[in-house]
Design a protein around this ligand. Structure first.
Ligand code: AKG
Ligand code: FE2
Length: 405
């Protein structure tokens, strides 16, 4: 067992515990195949080192804020916006959640040359920029699993690649729990979502994403866009609307699809498993309170292509009660890995970094509920080949964050 601890003097969790001296412990439970031993490792925040041990020199200052603070910023350093761009284990085994999705009205799609489905949603016979008589505005359909209708024959991944993935998957399953406590109230469950469930989530999001209320590229009235595609489930979140959460999507008046029951079950199970781990491994310290069980009523689904990113921000548009109680945000990562930053301030230079891989679940609540976080880059071609084969998902990363309003 290896253990490193470090103390951050004088730093504070803004808005939650201003005077808090933040003792941060990173515990990596990594039960080796033979010994099931507890490993703890850590990192030096002041040295701007990542949890993977690499320093990050690429990242420069930027401005960021809450999701609603993502206002257009003329600074070239704003990594959030620009104006040009339009392990498996079997902890939660679910049947294909797509079969639970009711009342989906898929929108007919035609494919562009690059296989992307940028056909404008047909809300009447209007073009993308037109609105209908009710002020509904059309937008392009974004299909995360476009079937490539082309003469290029899709080759299967080489056998040795497939075999390596299979070996890695069964190793992960044997390892059992692989949970990292990134800070008080911030837990990362590595490879938590089984391959079967990942496939199921992609398929469900694909169906929802091409239907009413599906994926679109959020932006601002000035034309600036976020570097991702987004759809909301449960309630709609909009970067510009006041309040940020509404029942209908403002620009096309669509109602966000419901959160599929299976997603809800998976969130609850992840919290339960995380709590069991915390109880079993962190003793009785106040720092390590378990998460309350939640029934999320909001899920924001983001899809990042390889150039996707998201500036440092806080998730603070939820209700005061939800924020005060520190009700956790539960985040699922699927597909390509992401370089994820998190920290107590909005300074990128002071933020810590961790790589979120396909199947990882990140939970942040309690004292970390208002942690600043963002995605600096997507690691190209890092998604499991088997997932891509099974879903035909386009290259990129799917992220689902569940919250309680
Ligand atoms: O993609 C991620 O991991 C983070 C997403 C996020 O922070 C958000 O949607 O608010
Ligand atoms: Fe967020």
């Amino acid at each position: 067992m290896r253990a490193y601890w470090y103390t951050k003097e004088g730093s504070s969790l803004r808005q939650i515990q201003p005077q808090l001296t933040f003792v941060r412990i990173l515990i990596v439970i990594s039960c080796s195949d033979s010994s099931n031993s507890l490993k703890m490792s850590g990192y030096n925040r002041q040295g701007n080192r990542s949890a993977t041990g690499k320093s990050d020199n690429r990242i420069k200052h930027t401005n960021a804020g809450s999701r609603s603070d993502w206002k257009p910023n003329p600074s070239k350093n704003d990594r959030c916006l620009d104006s040009a761009s339009g392990s498996q284990n079997n902890k939660s085994s679910v049947k294909d959640a797509a079969s639970d999705v009711k009342n989906i009205k898929p929108i007919p799609i035609s494919l562009d040359d690059d296989g992307s489905s940028k056909k404008v949603k047909q809300l009447g016979d209007k073009s993308e920029t037109d609105g209908d008589d009710n002020g509904r505005v059309n937008h392009p359909v974004f299909d995360i699993c476009p079937k490539k209708v082309s003469s290029v024959i899709k080759l299967k991944a080489p056998l040795h690649v497939m075999n390596r993935e299979k070996r890695n998957q069964s190793k992960q399953a044997m390892k059992g729990q692989n949970i990292i406590i990134l800070g008080p109230g911030m837990v990362l469950m590595k490879g938590y979502i089984s391959s079967v469930d990942q496939i199921s989530i992609v398929k469900t999001c694909r169906e929802l994403g091409i239907s009413d209320g599906g994926f679109y590229q959020p932006g601002y009235s000035g034309g600036t866009k976020l570097h991702l595609q987004m759809m909301c489930l449960g309630k709609n979140w909009d970067p510009e609307s006041q309040p940020a959460y509404t029942e209908l999507r403002a620009f096309d008046k669509s109602k966000p699809p419901k959160i599929p029951e299976k997603f809800d079950e998976m969130v609850k199970k992840a919290i339960k498993d995380s709590n069991e781990f915390i109880r079993g491994n962190t003793g009785s310290s106040d720092e390590w309170k378990v998460f309350p069980c939640i029934s999320p009523d909001i899920c924001i689904v983001n899809f990042y292509t390889k150039s996707g990113r998201l500036g440092l921000h806080q998730d603070k548009d939820e209700s005061d009660t939800s924020l005060k109680k520190g009700l956790p945000v539960v985040s699922f990562s699927i597909g390509d890995s992401a370089e994820f930053l998190y920290g107590e301030t909005r300074s990128i230079d002071e933020a810590d970094k961790v790589t979120l891989e396909s199947g990882d679940v990140l939970i942040f609540g309690g004292k970390s509920r208002l942690i600043y976080h963002g995605v600096t880059s997507i690691v190209p071609d890092s998604a499991p080949t088997s997932l891509m084969e099974a879903t035909d998902m386009r290259a990129g990363r799917l992220n689902l964050t569940f919250r309680v309003y």
